[in-house]
Design a protein around this ligand. Structure first.
Ligand code: 1CP
Length: 394
């Protein structure tokens, strides 16, 4: 019975498969929409759960994680086209053997970060993702059951460079001096660590698909801290490695590969053509990229459909890479008029927006921030539905 379930295509049994179709480059009657960090601190119902439970307890308890995942779906009923599993990118460093705490109002903190290459010896030699991260798979299974096909569920992980940055810095950072020192002083050891993280991310994402994740996103939140050349040396190869290894691993097990999304924040001004060819179905954009320009880059990069072939059986011919993004999250503070205006600019082709050509998933250009009024989010989502229906001619 379990085996059968594992072989399902991601869209099977879905009442709303807009995002899956858009991720495959197809035309949709309107742009599907979700919000990075939609299950989180701007929601009073999330803060209420957090008053009672520690952050990583919420991640580790399937009942709590699934409840928090569904909170925005419930509040914005009919307006969000995907859920994202409640967890954090830092569960991977934890699985590798590093302790991570979530400090109130300060964010993540590693009591014993990696200071020098010899500290890598403190990490687990081999990470059994079922054992260390099985709680994420449990949360995904339970959430799928509760969602009952209403919208698809997105799984995710952090990108190797972003995770390495946290593991070396010991938490958030402004200048990333410690992590960059590793890249410049110990390039070979850095590459070894990055590949080790990439391999665990691969196993983790494959496990999430087996548990029921219907799309996957890789978050390279600190890609933009690197120079173009360092991005291509220390980030891009590992993003590629994850995409191709996930496709290979699923294909050997005859499991259809769900759409893969890559979000390399801040790196697309210099490396959009390279990221478009990194093996993902969807490229997430931050707000520093002009939508119409990104559309043109995809057209050129995918010329003749040879740039990219999906490994999933139903899509052998390859499809054009889809785009996701990219409203500046700060717009959500600026009132209804500004929200409507900026949504128009993002979506209408004649205003430089993504237009109605399909292959487009609407999102913010980075995560929603804690101070946003949940009512402003409703105004934003309704504007997206209205404008994108108009441009799609539906
Ligand atoms: O006290 C709290 O409740 C902590 C707030 C919080 C939340 C709600 C953190 C700490 N993480 C999360 C959840 C989370 N993190 C999700 C859940 C699903 C969703 O709603 O999207 C996801 C996808 C993440 C991913 C994540 N964590 C990223 C990548 C996305 C991005 O915004 O760039 C990063 C960089 C993190 C690290 C992290 N975890 C938490 C914080 C405050 C941070 C950022 C710290 C920093 O600024 O460096």
């Amino acid at each position: 019975h379990r085996k059968e379930k594992e072989c399902q295509r991601p869209e099977e049994g879905l009442k709303n498969d807009l995002i899956i179709r858009a991720a495959r480059g197809q035309q949709t009657e309107r742009a599907p929409c979700w919000i990075m960090r939609q299950a989180g601190r701007y929601l009073p119902e999330f803060r209420k759960v957090r008053e009672q439970h520690d952050f990583f307890t919420c991640c580790r308890d399937a009942e709590l994680a699934s409840e928090i995942t569904i909170q925005p779906i419930r509040r914005y009923s009919g307006l969000l086209d995907a859920a994202i599993i409640f967890s954090d990118i830092l569960v991977v460093p934890q699985a590798m053997g590093l302790e991570v705490e979530m400090l109130p109002s300060k964010g993540p903190h590693f009591p014993a970060p990696l200071v020098e290459p010899k500290d890598v010896e403190r990490l687990r030699k081999k990470v059994d993702v079922e054992k260390e991260l099985g709680y994420v798979f449990d949360a995904i299974r339970l959430t799928r059951k509760k969602l009952d096909g209403e919208v698809p569920l997105i799984g995710f992980c952090g990108a190797p460079w972003t995770l390495m940055a946290y593991m070396v810095e010991g938490g958030g950072s402004k200048g990333f001096e410690k992590a960059k020192t590793w890249l410049f002083k110990y390039p070979e050891e850095s590459k070894e660590l990055l590949q080790r993280i990439a391999d665990i991310c691969t196993d983790f994402l494959v496990g999430q698909v087996k548990a029921g994740a219907q799309l996957l996103q890789v978050f390279d939140s600190w890609a933009g801290e690197l120079s173009p050349s360092d991005f291509r040396t220390f980030s891009l190869p590992y993003l590629r490695s994850i995409a191709s290894s996930v496709r290979d691993a699923l294909s050997t097990r005859s499991i259809p590969c769900p759409p893969l999304i890559v979000f390399a924040k801040g790196a697309l001004g210099h490396s959009l053509p390279e990221v478009v060819k990194a093996g993902y179905d969807v490229v997430g954009l931050d707000w520093t990229v002009e939508p119409s320009v990104a559309r043109r880059v995809v057209e050129l990069s995918s010329c003749g459909g040879t740039a990219y072939k999906s490994a999933s059986a139903e899509n052998e011919a390859g499809h054009k890479v889809a785009l996701q993004g990219n409203l500046d999250p700060a717009v959500l503070y600026a009132g209804n008029e500004a929200i409507e205006r900026e949504v128009e600019k993002m979506i209408r082709a004649k205003k430089g927006g993504f237009g109605g050509g399909g292959g487009y998933i609407c999102n913010l250009g980075h995560g929603i921030t804690p101070g946003v009024d949940p009512e402003a989010v409703k105004v934003y989502l309704k504007a997206v539905h209205r404008v994108s229906r108009e441009v799609s001619g539906a």
